[in-house]
Design a protein around this ligand. Sequence first.
Ligand code: ZN
Length: 440
Amino acid sequence: MAGLAGGGNPAQSGAMDIDAALIEAIEARRDDLVALTQDMVRIPTLNPPGLHYRDICELLSARLEASGFTVEMIRAYGAPADSDRYPRWNLVARREGTAPGDCVHFNGHHDVVETGHGWTVDPFGGEVRDGRVYGRGTCDMKGGIAASVIAAEAFLAVCPDFRGAIEISATADEESGGYGGVAYLAEQGYFDPARVQHVIIPEPLNKDRICLGHRGVWWAEIETQGRIAHGSMPFLGDCAVRHMGAVLAEMEATLFPLLAGKRTAMPVVPDGAKASTLNINAIHGGEPEQDEDYTGLPAPCVPDRCRITIDRRFLIEEDIAEVKSEIGALMERVRAARPELRYEIRDLFEVQPTMTDRDAPIVRTVEAAITRVLDRHAEFVVSPGTYDQKHIDRIGRLKNCIAYGPGILDLAHQPDEWVGIDDMADAAKVMALTLRELLA
Ligand SMILES: [Zn+2]
């Protein structure tokens, strides 16, 4: 907005005063921000199996009710892994403004992955040291949830008369696909564009980066089939492992070079993920592996089955039908040289790539807020792997969605995970200025 000749723009200077008040309100809540992060980290919401989901939802529910939100606790009955022993609890909190307008939704997953080895601090202690909060889930992503709560509370204190609505959700199972969390809520209409217009997922992408989306995924199992026979007379059988060897050789010769040559215009980080990729997740053929305490010998058999699981990550420029037919064509090339080969390809899982438009309202608003708070230009990135945005996009049909939050992505799932207190406060400021721009 350019100032009019001969004087400043009153709307702009008003917004700047409000922004200064918001930044001050967040600075005043720094201790609260740290304490809320610690409180969440001390609830070990491990997934799998899905522990203490109800406890963390209750903690946030009490907190947000006290801030004037209407809170719903939603269990994903019947979702994968939901059981009475490990119920998949989610929380959705909504605070209405005083006039109609858009709804801005912050969605964070409350589950964390196992701790693993190598910790020098208590993974569930929430220790504060050198300006950081340590513990499993600090960075991924309880620090991000805390930043969004503080941002909303600071905004409500500075701008009590706002239009539209603010929503904060804490959801289950992102680490295991999100089916008991965001996917379930999306199916229930919680991400219907008539209800919610802007979504920020505070995953740890760094406070100056906006993540627009992610690559696509196709998981499949390829099975080569042969015929069992006595291992002393392999010529009487047909070895499925040798067939698979030919499949792998064909992949090395033609598929991997082809994939490496496909480059996307999406700003995927790290750079290696700007190409199409394929991981061979597992291979198995022949006699099942015995328990470690088995002391006998194998039995001589020609393997009649060999299976690999492939994890193909594809680009927005690729079509999933094309991705699948690439593998189909490869198998046919192998069969041309091995007429006795029989095979099956089984689909396991697929996710379409998604990328929010660079000019979408939430992108432009957060970009401007980053410049204002951090005095630098935002970097735009796309994630190599997927996260809950896939459900908001595909089931919720809501496109105006980004991931933006504090924390260094590389620390996620590592020992001695931490989140910087300054980073949380800065991200909260960016979120609060975003609320001001969209709702005040
Ligand atoms: Zn995460």
